[in-house]
Design a protein around this ligand. Structure first.
Ligand code: ATP
Ligand code: MG
Ligand code: MG
Length: 554
């Protein structure tokens, strides 16, 4: 068999294992618990956890690390949701769950070490002044007056920072690197700041907190991460990552490698923007089925396997681009087509009366659960005199090419008889309110008799036996491909039609649907029993996962 071509990151790892540079590989997925995970995170999860799975025979691991060094934005609700979503996506961190806030002592020790080496100094300039004196790409920065203060002086000032002697903005600790570096990140970056803030894990133990760029390489090193995989925006930060590793007392030397992030059209992915949608009530929750969050996609009925194979198909490169959301939908359709049992549900009901079928008669007709998979079996659906059919399966005055119901036309009721339309009624407003038909005895499971033109089968639900269900018709959350680029902001281009709720009639079996089961409603689309609101046997709620075909002209 042919070995599939590895992406550039897997190639690096394979080479490091082959050369003996590393005996195994340790990766990590390091979310900041300041929001729910989205489909972009799935790409990073599939990469880092995927590499650990693929190299399991060498003892490879992927850590789930909460990057919770920023005391201001983090909440435990997010920690729980992130764990749930990673598991749902199909990955397991085993014993390797970490919180960066448990390393605060270590970060502090490293900072003290840098000061002792003359590689860090306390700067008492204002934040504005610090920004101003960093210069720009044309102009080198200018040194802070404190840049050459003695080690002892800096140790004392840093101790005072830690003790709470300074207000926020009155002092920071900066790495002493190069104020003229062509890479702005290297112009003496701030590594510690004063924040008199309560932290969810460490409480009020600290009033100074490390900056991300300083903490992150140390977190990786502390956990003996070998390959620290992150998105391209960290590329210009890599020299500082390496500087930290080179100058701090580290137990291991991780290597940072960047890949391009996933961008999807018709949605937004920054947690800040997603939070805005939740807070302003533009959606109902983080797991609203319109959200690109993993919990939203889950509630929408997207199978985790479809998300994984979507991510796999994206590949890992350094090319920046935007992926068409239709590709994700295509993947979802492909998966569901294989596994989703077929059921009948009528979303826009019109009454059909079989006038030659007795009032109290009923019979069970066998309908396959999946036309292409006999092994999925069949079920029996009760046929009665009065049925619901889809309103657009009838036309008062149909064109020639319309193969469904119209006066004097024949159609097959899925799994049942061929019926002939003999008439219809209208209500006071002139809308068709009832269609009358006669059934052709003996046509269940057999071809149309001589002279009967029957070219289509329509789905139906018994008016007597069917159940009512709330059906939520979800569509894309935004009406333009690039909501981030909208002149009036992303909120101005929300799709007003992203949710339409209808009352549908569904076949009796669907009353027993378990939450999160996805069905194909024949001829309509894929629908999932809502995880939160659907109660089997009591209150039926189905979410449209995806239509049968792409209706966006893709
Ligand atoms: P956002 O900008 O959406 O708020 P973030 O990058 O700040 O996301 P983190 O919690 O820091 O969110 O992300 C954890 C990991 O997920 C990081 O390593 C980050 O690189 C990765 N990640 C985030 N967004 C994407 C994306 N769109 N594509 C691929 N990886 C991503
Ligand atoms: Mg981040
Ligand atoms: Mg962010």
């Amino acid at each position: 068999t042919e070995t599939p071509k590895l992406d550039f990151i897997r190639e690096i790892i394979a080479a490091d294992l082959a050369s003996g540079k590393h005996a195994t590989t340790i990766t990590r997925f390091p979310p900041e618990p300041n929001g729910y995970l989205h489909i972009g995170h799935a790409k990073a999860i599939c990469l880092s956890f995927g590499i650990a799975q693929e190299n399991a025979s060498t003892g490879a691991k992927c850590h789930l690390r909460f990057d919770d060094t920023n005391p201001e934005k983090e909440e435990s609700e997010y920690v729980e949701s992130i764990k749930e979503d990673v598991k749902w996506l199909g990955f397991d961190w085993g014993d390797n769950l970490y919180f960066a806030s448990n390393y605060f002592d270590y970060f502090h020790d490293c900072a003290v070490e840098l000061i002792k080496k003359g590689l860090a100094y306390v700067d008492r300039q204002s934040p504005e002044k610090i920004k101003e004196t960093r210069g720009n790409l044309q102009v080198p920065g200018t040194a802070s007056p404190s840049r050459d203060a003695s080690v002892d002086e800096n140790l004392e000032l840093f101790a005072r920072m830690r003790a709470g002697d300074f207000k926020e903005g009155e002092a920071v600790l900066r790495a002493k690197i190069d104020m003229a570096s062509p890479n702005m990140v290297m112009r003496d970056p701030v590594i510690y700041r004063v924040l008199h803030a309560h932290h969810h894990n460490t409480g009020d133990a600290w009033c100074i907190y490390p900056m991300y760029d300083f903490a992150h390489p140390l977190e990786d090193a502390k956990e003996h991460v070998t390959h620290s995989l992150c998105t391209l925006e960290f590329e210009i930060h890599r020299p500082f990552y390496e500087w930290v590793i080179a100058n701090c007392p580290v137990p291991a030397k991780p290597r940072q490698i960047e890949f391009s992030r996933l961008n999807l059209n018709f949605t937004v992915m920054s947690k800040r923007k997603l939070l805005t949608l939740v807070k302003e009530g533009r959606v109902n929750s983080w797991d609203d089925p319109r959200m690109p969050t993993l919990s939203g996609l889950r509630r929408r009925g997207y199978p985790a396997a479809a998300i994984r194979s979507f991510c796999k198909g994206l590949g890992i490169t350094k090319f920046k681009g935007t992926t068409d959301i239709a590709l994700l939908e295509h993947e979802v359709r492909g998966h569901l087509n294989e596994v989703a049992p077929r059921r009948m549900a009528v979303l826009d009901p019109l009454k059909l009366v079989i006038t030659n079928y007795e009032e109290d008669r009923s019979e069970e007709v066998p309908v396959p659960n999946h036309p292409g998979k006999p092994e999925m079996g069949e079920r029996h659906v009760l046929l009665t005199r009065e049925l619901w059919i889809e309103r657009d399966d009838f036309m008062e005055d149909p064109p020639k090419k319309f193969f469904r119901l119209g006066p004097d036309r024949y159609v097959r009721l899925r799994g049942g008889y061929i019926v002939k339309c003999t008439g219809f009624e209208k209500d006071a407003e002139g809308n068709v309110s009832e269609v009358h038909c006669e059934y052709l005895p003996g046509t269940i499971g057999s071809d149309a008799p001589e002279g009967v033109k029957c070219k289509a089968a329509i789905h139906w639900v018994s008016a007597k036996e069917g159940r009512e269900a709330e059906v939520r018709l979800y569509d894309r959350l935004f009406s333009v491909p690039d909501p981030d680029g909208a002149d009036e902001g992303f909120v101005s281009v929300l799709n007003p039609e992203s949710l339409k709720t209808v009352t549908a009639w569904v076949e009796p079996m669907l009353a027993d649907a378990e939450p999160e089961t996805v069905y194909q409603f024949e001829r309509v689309g894929y629908f999932v029993a809502d995880r939160r609101d659907h109660v089997a046997g009591e209150k039926l709620v189905f979410n449209r996962t995806v239509a049968l075909r792409d209706s966006w002209g893709g």
